[in-house]
Design a protein around this ligand. Structure first.
Ligand code: HSE
Length: 434
């Protein structure tokens, strides 16, 4: 039966995403009413700059006092699209204290304080939904939290940052260096003026922490996620990757250990074979590859950022939370019952592609091979090439290893650096997805 009294929504933040949320709520009002079973009414919009012209939004709804909006007594659902830690954290907590369910797109906050926010929601019998926090429009949080709730997820490997994927894709397709590709991303609006959060992997690490918690039913903190950015990836790395039939992606990789007793979470650039589904994810798109025990391999693909795509995910959550409200129920909360330890990066089993500049003289290859053997690392392939500028004195040696613990691989690299015959380690890159 249709309820005529509307559910009242407070929109906290009205930037790129918030304004799209308001627009879709208005233009799709009738459909949303039918899908929910009651109208949803935008009852207030909290902003920092009230003087800014906001097309399609009734100016009387605008306020700079988000706290007062949440405390006024008639709000059912708050949508937080402010981003960052504060004031978002205090506002979400205030919302729960006042019996308000929350839809948030805030990956940084959820990665840092997800456990406390879930606890606050549960204590008040309210919902906390955050589909938009990870991979924008791509339905991922709900499929992992709900559709796969009966399965066992063993591995998640994803491209969860569009900016870096755009840059790496440009480097791959045009042969450009990192800076040139970054400049293009900035000019086209894919990279922010300060791209640190994206290119150093902080954004992807926050998403990785959220996904790992959901995938493994365990608490994974932001600090538990090993993180390496992609600023050191060079045109030479792409040339090497191509020779191996690979490309390079910034990946978030979450794995359950073979014995099931621990998990790992990491973000770093890696070579993946061109045959892997993630290799064909171009431009600023995101994609997440999930391996579950019964379901097998699943791939989620789509736009990971942008106003309208992110608003789509927010609106989906709004419908779900509104339906729960009408049913006087709550959706799934945090599921962290397994309490699995998160192992350090050194325990991760992976493969390395190592490019060395070495002296071109007898015994060097044997010396390098011995160093790998001393660390228990088995070599898969070796390619040596005399360097034209070395005129018979220097060569480039590219070694690809078999799988080994990351600690053993990094120990090998440290030992290689100390050899007199190794002039330099030109690049080190993990190889994944085989
Ligand atoms: N800067 C992010 C990206 C936006 O490039 O994917 C979404 O977090």
């Amino acid at each position: 039966m249709m309820r005529t009294r509307p559910l009242k929504v407070a929109l906290l933040g009205c930037g790129v995403v918030g304004s799209e949320v308001a627009r879709i709520m208005t233009t799709h009002a009738d459909d949303l009413t039918q899908r929910i079973g009651a109208p949803v009414e935008l009852a207030g919009v909290a902003v920092r700059r009230p003087s800014k012209v906001r097309e399609g939004i009734d100016p009387s709804l605008i306020t700079t006092d988000a706290t007062a909006l949440l405390k006024r007594g008639d709000i059912d659902i708050a949508i937080e699209v402010i981003g960052g830690i504060e004031p978002a954290r205090t506002l979400i907590t205030t919302a729960f204290e006042h019996g308000i369910s929350v839809v948030s797109a805030n990956k940084a906050l959820l990665a840092q304080d997800g456990a406390a926010l879930h606890a606050a929601a549960e204590q008040q019998g309210r919902d906390l939904y955050y589909e938009a926090a990870v991979a924008g429009a791509i339905p991922l949080v709900r499929p992992m939290r709900e559709s796969l709730a009966g399965d066992k997820i063993n591995r998640v490997m994803g491209i969860v940052n569009g900016t870096t994927n755009f840059i790496l894709d440009k480097m791959d397709s045009t042969g450009a260096g990192y800076q040139e590709a970054l400049d293009e991303a900035t000019a086209l609006g894919y990279a922010e003026a300060d791209p640190t959060a994206d290119v150093e992997g902080y954004d992807a690490a926050a998403k990785a922490a959220i996904l790992a918690g959901i995938a493994f039913h365990t608490r994974v903190r932001l600090d538990d996620v090993y993180r390496e950015g992609m600023t050191e990836v060079s045109a030479a790395d792409f040339a090497s990757a191509k020779r191996m039939g690979c490309t390079i992606k910034l990946l978030a990789i979450l794995e359950r250990a073979a014995d099931g007793e621990s998990v790992t979470a990491r973000v770093h650039p890696a070579m993946i074979p061109l045959s892997h589904p993630l290799a064909s994810v171009r431009e600023a798109y995101n994609a997440v590859f999930v391996e579950a025990e019964a379901a097998g391999r699943l791939m989620f693909y789509g736009p990971g950022a942008g106003g309208a795509p992110t608003a789509s995910a927010v609106l989906g959550d709004l419908v779900a939370v509104a339906r729960n409200k009408l049913a006087e129920a709550t959706g799934p909360g945090e599921s962290a019952y397994t309490q699995l330890p998160v192992s350090p990066m050194g325990d991760v089993v992976t493969r390395y592609h190592i490019s060395l500049d070495v002296a071109d003289k007898p015994g060097v290859l044997a010396q390098v091979a011995t160093t790998f053997a001393e660390h228990g690392v088995s070599i898969d392939t070796v390619r040596q090439q005399g360097r034209p500028d070395g005129v018979g004195k220097e060569a480039s040696l590219v070694v690809v290893t078999h799988r080994a613990a990351d600690a053993a691989l990094s120990g090998t690299v440290e030992a290689l650096r100390k050899l007199d015959t190794v002039r330099g380690v030109a690049s080190i890159m993990r190889v994944e997805g085989e």
